[in-house]
Design a protein around this ligand. Structure first.
Ligand code: PLP
Length: 429
């Protein structure tokens, strides 16, 4: 019974484009209408009709401690007592910057913004200002938010809706964005040769979550680091998804490759709208008012958002056991899914890094955007809906990763594995 959700969606479509405030929330890729959520606690979401779902989206990543976790809730309540926004600097912003710098190995200075999109747009501007060059290299299927220069061969919702190059992005902007296949160092070298002396930055998701989950192949990240060093190019790791998730210090800590700039979002706000970009002092000192590259924000460093993010990061910083817990639980689910596939004589690809994982309905390895697109999307849609009927809330797109939170228990992981078996069985009947 989802009558209230259906009614709300009808109303929403009259007043909001497509009825949603972010495209991938619509269920267009999987069929059916979106479910409207009313509340959440721990591992569960509750919809407007009081149905309960085991949540594997976790607000698209931020809720690594589960929903409404008490330390974040308390921090927000305490901060509310001092009013909501001052437009002047606050102690919390200093403490937040110090904490981020202590956790993320390559970050020496950091600027707070309000979303991951703002972080990536600003980081690229700074890289251009610092190098005096215009072009950037990005990878097909990587999503870096909805800034114009990134909507060229973008992943996530852009693939899901089949508009890899969005109308409204000018040819001029598109000309400055060079796209190459992920995990392909040779293609990067060729692109650099063809654009000698013109490339300001290479930006990538060090582990991709926006074409489903795709890990970097061995040598890819260090290879990019070397190329950037040779050519004087700023290497930007977009760790909006992977930051504070794959390790305290994100993917750069896990793979021990240091970018020049890092973009952050999602977990950093504890569920409130926060982003950040940071990196080497020398580059960050180009940012206004220290330097000439302009970037600003009325609500940047908002005290309530800082309180939420600081509480979440502090928990992660003080509880390193979170990471092996999440990794082991996710590995257990992935193992369970693999056993289910064997039992049903199926051969699909599952990718996992830490607490991020995806199933692709193809038997070939998925290492880049082209191979991700080999997945049978119709089958994914059926699988998604079967899981939903069993109370498991997955991302409504093949081209998204799933996220695990510490609110998930061993028993709930078993429930997930059983639902996966039932869904695979159902879609192959
Ligand atoms: N970068 C990556 C890797 C992302 O996954 C996202 C969003 O999913 C963004 C940037 C954009 O972040 P936001 O949606 O907060 O603007």
């Amino acid at each position: 019974m989802i009558q209230n959700s259906q009614d709300l969606f009808k109303r929403a479509q009259r007043v909001i484009p497509g009825g949603v405030n972010s495209p991938v929330r619509a269920f267009r890729a999987v069929g059916g209408n979106p479910i409207f959520m009313a509340s959440a606690k721990g591992p569960y979401l509750y919809d407007e009709d009081n149905n309960q779902y085991l949540d594997f989206i976790n607000s698209w990543g931020p809720m690594i401690l589960g929903h409404a976790c008490e330390n974040v809730e308390k921090a927000v309540q305490d901060a509310l007592g001092n009013s909501f926004s001052f437009g002047a600097p606050t102690r919390r912003e200093v403490e937040m910057a110090e904490l981020i710098i202590s956790m993320v190995p390559s970050v020496e200075k950091v600027r707070m913004v309000n979303s991951g999109t703002e972080a990536t747009m600003s980081a690229v501007r700074v890289a251009r200002g610092y190098t005096g060059k215009d072009k950037i290299i990005k990878f097909e299927g990587c999503y870096h938010g909805h800034g114009d220069s990134f909507l060229i061969s973008a992943g996530s919702g852009a693939i899901t809706l089949g508009v890899p190059d969005s109308p409204g992005v000018t040819k001029g902007v598109a000309q400055d964005t060079i796209t190459v296949p992920y995990n392909n160092l040779e293609a990067v070298k060729i692109a650099l040769e063809a654009n000698k002396g013109q490339v300001a930055a290479i930006i990538l998701e060090p582990v991709v979550g926006n074409m489903g989950l795709v890990p970097p192949v061995r040598g890819f990240l260090p290879g990019l680091r070397d190329l950037c060093d040779q050519e004087g190019i700023v290497l930007i790791f977009d760790e909006v998804m992977t930051g504070f998730r794959l390790a305290k210090g994100g993917a750069q800590e896990l793979y021990n490759v240091m970018p020049d700039l890092t973009t952050l979002g999602k977990i950093i706000g504890g569920g409130l709208p926060v982003g950040a970009y940071g990196g080497r002092k020398e580059i960050m000192d180009c940012v206004a008012p220290a330097g000439p590259v302009y970037q600003a924000g009325t609500l940047s460093g908002n005290p309530i958002a800082m309180a939420a993010g600081y509480a979440m990061l502090t928990y992660l910083n003080e509880h390193p056991e979170v990471y092996p817990y999440l990794d082991n639980l996710t590995s257990k689910m992935v193992e369970g899914m693999r056993e289910n596939l064997t039992q049903l004589n199926l051969d699909y690809t599952i990718n996992q890094v830490g607490s991020m994982f995806s199933i692709f309905f193809t038997s070939d390895p998925v290492t880049d955007f082209d191979s991700a697109k080999q997945s049978d999307l119709a089958l994914f849609g059926q699988y998604f809906n079967s899981m939903l009927r069993q109370g498991i809330y997955l991302a409504p797109s093949q081209f998204e990763t799933l996220f695990v939170s510490i609110a998930l228990t061993d028993k709930l992981a078993d429930q997930y594995i059983a639902a996966n078996l039932a869904a695979l069985h159902e879609i192959h009947q």
